[in-house]
Design a binder for this molecule. Structure first.
Ligand code: PEP
Ligand code: MG
Length: 589
């Protein structure tokens, strides 16, 4: 939408409340891949290690593609990749790059680029047709290695000099996790939805962000002045003076509301008629614990431990993991910290763990499925968590449980991990509580079969909605199907809570739904015991619940369970929230 002042408003999905104003930094795919810079002598061993890792990864990918092509097409076409593999294994090329690191003192990306260009130019100039064709192979393979190097390094985003708004077609959760928040004041992407892990990271970093804009990266140019409204999901290109003035006023009001809510930091989330709910926080990295304290959350309801594994060349070992978990547990004791075991796959890939690329990653080798197939990796993590449990405030939960048998298998590996620590006389919590995430419909419907093997449930609505509605949570074309108030979702949630309460368990919700000020009250009405959300949403949800009565929330829930329309339920939730705290609604809508 354009107007006479030349401003253009692009509409997407807002993921973090707040506004950012600054120049665009356009991230093209090529930019992400190649960052060239000078290096110091002591960086050379690290550059060599990155190069070797990237070569191993490239070789693995080429084998993978070769096998797939062979299966899908024929052996002849697959043999193209023999030539590519020869390039990766060409010692003279590899050695020349290593020599170049020493002589040029440039990073491996720039050395590899100049060496491969020299090679391919020399091959292209030869008389022999076969050898001339190899020039293209060298270029292809070099491009692939460069791409893998980008996966192992800080990308261009790590070298920003001025505060800016990053515009990209897409950002991986690992890119987002490493954003320098002093430079990246906002971001917007063409792809993605509000529950993608990129959006979740933006919320954790408290960066105003909009996703699912479809074509923003082609409409915005480098340096364009932008305003990102993460509450309404708008990106305003070349904002007019009036728009900036309007946003300036709104921002001042918003800050006033924030200040008031911050004063509730040490008060409980208690309704007007005296019903208390626990409000915990979701974190991705140990340093997020400061935000947990700052925003007054009563512990951590979900520590997404896999973020410790992203953006690095080697997986953290047992002691490094133990230190990270202990840092959080110690800082928050006696408040509870629930550490979710590794949930990789889906939209989170860990290069060091060598997960294969799959056609349907969200339905594939993800989370507990990966861990049960890799018991050594799993046991290492469980020992790391146990070592951090000395303060007796750590709990464990397993992600993406589909049936009771997975819980039993995981518990057996946990028992073996305890045995290992007993042999060492290490101090740990023998009675550490274990919970199951309920995020697959089969687990929700058979919660009674899972209940005997755990102490609590935590409902992951992000995935529960994705799997119930068969709607990929990161696909911006089908966000309309992503309906937390769909009767099917509410019935599943209610069923899980009923089973839990009948069997003496408590139930939390740790999906993004729990942090929505209009929807959290509905969850409380349905009987949820704990809500866990991005730390900066805790004051908003608390402020909302403190203005409501449990009796009204129970009525809202009872009505929702008999309603046939997701839209009607959402409307009622919004109306109740607006009547109770309009200023909080304005912060997020
Ligand atoms: C969920 O699925 O709701 C959840 C909390 O886990 P994640 O978003 O990390 O998949
Ligand atoms: Mg999940």
């Amino acid at each position: 939408m354009g107007d006479a002042t030349g401003e253009i408003v692009l509409k997407g999905v807002g993921v973090t409340p707040g506004v950012a104003h600054g120049p665009a930094f356009l991230l093209t795919t090529e930019d992400v891949r190649v960052v060239e810079r000078d290096i110091a002598e002591e960086e050379i061993p690290r550059e060599i290690a990155r190069f070797e890792e990237a070569l191993i990864e490239t070789r693995r990918q080429l084998h993978d593609i070769q096998q797939r092509v062979e299966k899908a097409m024929d052996a002849e076409r697959a043999s193209i990749f023999d030539a590519h593999l020869l390039v990766v294994d060409d010692r003279s090329l590899v050695e020349e790059v290593i020599r170049g690191l020493h002589t040029s003192r440039r990073n491996v990306e720039s050395v590899l680029r100049s060496v491969s260009e020299r090679y391919s130019a020399a091959l292209a100039g030869l008389d022999d047709e076969y050898l001339r064709e190899r020039a293209a192979d060298v270029r292809d393979v070099a491009r692939r290695i460069l791409r893998n190097l980008a996966g192992h390094s800080s990308s261009l985003l790590a070298h920003l000099r001025e505060p800016c708004i990053v515009i990209a077609n897409d950002l991986a959760p690992s890119d987002t996790a490493t954003l320098d928040t002093s430079k990246v004041i906002g971001f917007a992407t063409d792809l993605g939805s509000a529950t993608s892990h990129t959006a979740i990271m933006a919320r954790a970093l408290e960066i105003p962000a909009v996703v699912g804009l479809h074509d923003a990266s082609t409409r915005i140019s480098q340096g364009d002045p932008l305003l990102v409204d993460g509450s309404k999901g708008l990106v305003i290109l070349r904002p007019s003076a009036q728009t900036l003035e309007r946003y300036g006023q709104a921002e001042r009001l918003r800050r006033g509301v924030r200040d008031q809510l911050d004063r509730l930091r040490d008060t409980p989330a208690e309704t007007l008629d005296g019903y208390r709910v626990t409000l915990a926080a979701n974190i991705e990295l140990p340093h997020d614990v400061e935000a947990v304290l700052r925003h007054g959350a009563e512990g951590v309801g979900l520590f997404r431990s896999e973020f410790l594994f992203l953006s690095r060349e080697r997986a953290p070992d047992e002691l490094e993991q133990a230190r990270a978990y202990e840092q959080v547990a110690h800082r928050l004791a006696p408040a509870t910290v629930i550490i979710r075991t590794l949930d990789i796959g889906g939209d989170k890939f860990v290069s060091s763990l060598k997960t294969p690329s799959e056609l349907n990653p969200f339905l594939g080798w993800r989370a507990i499925r990966f861990c049960l197939a890799q018991p050594e990796i799993f046991a290492t993590q469980l020992r790391g968590i146990l070592r951090a449990s000395a303060h007796r405030n750590v709990k464990i939960m397993y992600p993406m449980i589909s049936n009771a048998d997975e819980v039993l298998q995981a518990n057996r590996i946990l028992e073996r991990a305890k045995e290992d620590l007993r042999r060492e006389n290490a101090d740990f919590d023998e009675n550490i509580e274990v919970g199951a995430m309920i995020e697959v419909p089969s687990a929700a419907l058979t919660a009674h079969l899972i209940a005997p093997h755990v102490r609590f449930f935590s409902i992951g609505t992000n995935d529960l909605i994705q799997y119930t509605m068969a709607a990929d949570r990161v696909n911006e074309r089908i966000t309309y199907l992503y309906e937390p108030t769909h009767p099917a979702i509410l019935r599943l949630i209610r069923h899980v809570i009923e089973v839990a309460h009948d069997t003496g368990l408590w139930t939390g919700v740790c999906g993004e739904m729990a942090g929505q000020p209009a929807l959290a009250p509905l969850l409380v009405g349905l009987g949820v015991d704990e809500l866990s959300m991005s730390p900066n949403l805790v004051p908003l949800v608390k402020g909302m619940l403190r203005r409501m009565r449990l009796t009204d929330l129970e009525e809202l829930a009872a009505n929702a369970l008999t309603s046939e329309s997701a839209a009607a339920i959402l409307e009622r939730c919004r109306a109740l929230a607006r009547a109770a705290a309009p200023e909080i609604c304005d912060m997020v809508e």
